[in-house]
Design a protein around this ligand. Structure first.
Ligand code: ZN
Length: 685
């Protein structure tokens, strides 16, 4: 909330930067926007250098996420970028424009599957165009690749140079144009073999049963501090044996991890304090050994560091990219604390025990003592890997349940990202179209930014960290439904307490009405408007979308009987009406109690029933209506970002005397530069 007010009528410098241009590019279903790293100039030289080095360590991991998402992504990306830059063909006409759009979408998704739906993109250009374009690229600009174990880049074994483009085309055409081949990156559809039917590059030559059995055998329910088995490896089958290929220096992705470690080493030398130095060193050790115990040690040190202003994420972290929820997608973020806005999250974490004690859940599932809930508001300085170009607005880490239990978790709200979202969507007409009346539109304008940020604070800072498993319950008991239920739990915790008078008492919301803005937006999104992100004929797949649908539809289902809320048609448009906000709040408490029970007891059948009943199906008529209304607004359902660029300033002794931040790079230039400057991996791994 401080950020919206900041700079209005302050100094001329601030007033001038208020005209910051958020909008960068727009294509397909995405708008690319810029975020602003407010306060970077005021950091010390040491902190600026630290951010610069950590940023380089972040950007060097870019190739990893492409390869994790799909084994052919790097080959495809390089081939398409070569066409884009070097093909001696006309840059006009429908084929070219469709090709350009395809490449831009590939960059958004870190591969050829949509970042949200994980469906394979359908090229809008023709095969003939593609082959012609490929042949118009000079040979030395085409990627080196092997097929049937033979190098095709060299003019040997009878391969003539003109065959290189032909061979490449032969390899790429089915990958791009065969809609049925590797159609989905992460398949969550019930009844399918999730490993075999997912295109992600985490398992090779084995099925779901084999993968689950492999990890079930490693899991010892009596181990109070188990490592996150399988988090940093690809599981393969060779001659009938299952084996992990570990992502480490000397293992898989070595050349990228070596670069990351090079920059981490430099960062270590300008760390803000001894603790941060040890944190960076333990991450370096982990990248060398691939030992998940070392990763846990790193996480324990990291979660306890509350002193450093600059902070970072760098590693194999979230498991949404794996249908089994085991493998960590590589991501990196570098950030620093927003001191002013963090006063808000400080109040929340200071009262963490109060919230836990008052959560509407059974006593057995409640944490007796909430440990180290630390929360802050941060300013992102760079985003990379799985956290770029699309990104989260809040993060809560580490993910290991026992570390959260024994050491707490670190939770952040990324306010320069929520600011960019908010500012770039002003005046879009979206609320006017979908909200029932002026009252809801006004409430959103008055309270929306404050309660939206608070929802994120509560979700990340308290929601994920709250509650406990019953003794002996396997943390992965909910399997493929685990992430949906976990997100639902955190959201419900946030929704329930947003409406608590305690928030007014703590000065976090201006009055007892504020929460209604968030309730309305949340339910409207879960019931109606999030359908704008789903293609016609499809179901809901992504974990966060499923979670929102689950909550909103469960509440509507229960609430419509007592007229707490309803969906109402007017002029053939469907609207949400909430009649009784207090009753709705009580119902969020009931649902939270049940979701917490399912998680605490590891009740897989109940999770399955709840998710399949409420979170997956789409009503085709309602879907079409929402898509039509949305299309008239001419907006993009997804947002992606460009990063700022950091330039070190050197003196004549080649020492860095300053680091400057720049916001002038276009989306295309940024990706082509990243591909050139941070090319870390061969096209096949
Ligand atoms: Zn979450």
């Amino acid at each position: 909330m401080s950020i919206v007010l900041l700079g209005l009528g302050c100094t001329t410098k601030q007033a001038a930067t208020e005209e910051f241009n958020y909008k960068v590019d727009r294509f397909a279903d995405v708008e690319i926007i810029r975020y602003r790293v407010r306060g970077f100039e005021d950091l010390s030289l040491r902190q600026k250098k630290l951010i610069y080095y950590l940023s380089e360590a972040a950007l060097w991991g870019r190739d990893i996420i492409y390869d994790q998402n799909y084994r052919h992504n790097l080959l495809i990306r390089q081939s398409l970028e070569s066409i884009y830059q070097y093909a001696a063909i006309s840059r006009q006409g429908e084929d070219w424009l469709a090709f350009e759009e395809y490449l831009k979408r590939l960059w958004v998704a870190n591969g050829i599957h949509h970042h949200y739906s994980t469906d394979k993109f359908r090229p809008g250009f023709s095969k003939e165009f593609f082959v012609k374009a490929l042949k118009a690229v000079p040979d030395d600009k085409l990627p080196i690749f092997t097929t049937e174990n033979r190098m095709l880049n060299e003019d040997q074994e009878g391969y003539k140079t003109e065959q290189l483009a032909d061979s490449l085309a032969g390899c790429l055409l089915p990958l791009l144009f065969d809609a049925g081949l590797d159609a989905k990156r992460v398949n969550q559809a019930q009844g399918k073999d999730l490993v075999l039917s997912s295109a992600c590059n985490f398992y090779r030559d084995l099925n779901q049963k084999e993968a689950e059995a492999f990890y079930a055998a490693l899991n010892n329910p009596d181990d109070p501090s188990p490592v996150s088995y399988g988090l940093n490896s690809r599981l393969i089958k060779e001659e009938g044996q299952l084996r992990e290929e570990v992502w480490k220096i000397g293992g898989l992705y070595s050349s990228a991890l070596e670069k990351i470690v090079y920059w981490l080493d430099l960062a270590k030398d300008v760390a803000e304090n001894q603790v941060q130095k040890e944190i960076i060193q333990s991450l370096i050790d982990y990248y060398h050994s691939g030992d998940l115990k070392t990763f846990d040690q790193f996480s324990i040190l990291w979660v306890q560091d509350l002193q450093s202003k600059v902070d970072f994420i760098n590693g194999f972290i979230e498991s949404y990219g794996d249908p089994l929820g085991i493998k960590g997608s590589w991501e990196a973020i570098v950030n620093f604390k927003n001191e002013e806005a963090s006063k808000r999250t400080q109040i929340i974490s200071d009262n963490a025990q109060w919230f836990e004690d008052h959560a509407p859940i059974a006593d057995a599932f409640r944490k007796k003592q909430v440990k180290g809930v630390s929360a802050k508001v941060i300013t992102n300085a760079i985003m990379a890997g799985d956290a770029y170009p699309t990104t989260a607005i809040g993060i809560n880490l580490p993910n290991a349940n026992w570390i959260r239990r024994d050491y707490g978790s670190k939770s952040v709200t990324i306010e320069n990202i929520t600011e960019a979202y908010f500012k770039s969507s002003q005046g879009s007409g979206f609320n006017e179209e979908f909200m029932w009346s002026d009252a809801e539109v006004e409430a959103s304008a008055n309270y929306g930014f404050v309660t939206g940020n608070l929802h994120t604070d509560l979700h990340e800072c308290l929601g994920h960290g709250s509650g406990q498993l019953l003794p002996g319950v396997d943390p992965n008991a909910l399997r493929s439904y685990g992430s949906v239920m976990e997100e639902a739990r955190a959201d419900l915790f946030a929704l329930y307490f947003l409406a608590d008078p305690k928030l007014v008492e703590l000065g976090l919301v201006p009055d007892g009405q504020a929460y209604k803005a968030e309730y309305y937006e949340y339910m409207m999104n879960g019931l109606l408007t999030q359908l704008t992100r789903i293609e016609k004929g499809r179901q809901i797949e992504e974990s966060h979308m499923r979670n929102r649908a689950l909550i909103a539809r469960w509440l509507l289902d229960r609430g419509s009987k007592d007229k707490v809320m309803e969906l109402k048609k007017q002029h053939n448009k469907t609207y949400l009406l909430i009649h009784d906000y207090e009753a709705l709040r009580q119902m969020t408490g009931q649902l939270l109690a049940e979701v917490q029970r399912i998680k605490s007891e590891g009740d897989y059948p109940a999770a399955q029933l709840m998710v399949e009943n409420y979170a997956v199906q789409v009503d085709p008529l309602l879907h079409q209506e929402i898509l039509d209304r949305y299309a008239k607004l001419n907006l993009s359902p997804y947002k992606g970002f460009v990063n700022p660029t950091y330039k070190p300033v050197y003196n004549d002794k080649n020492e860095i005397v300053d680091v400057t931040v720049h916001y002038d790079e276009s989306y295309v230039k940024q990706h082509l530069r990243y591909s050139k400057d941070y090319a870390a991996l061969p096209v096949q791994n």
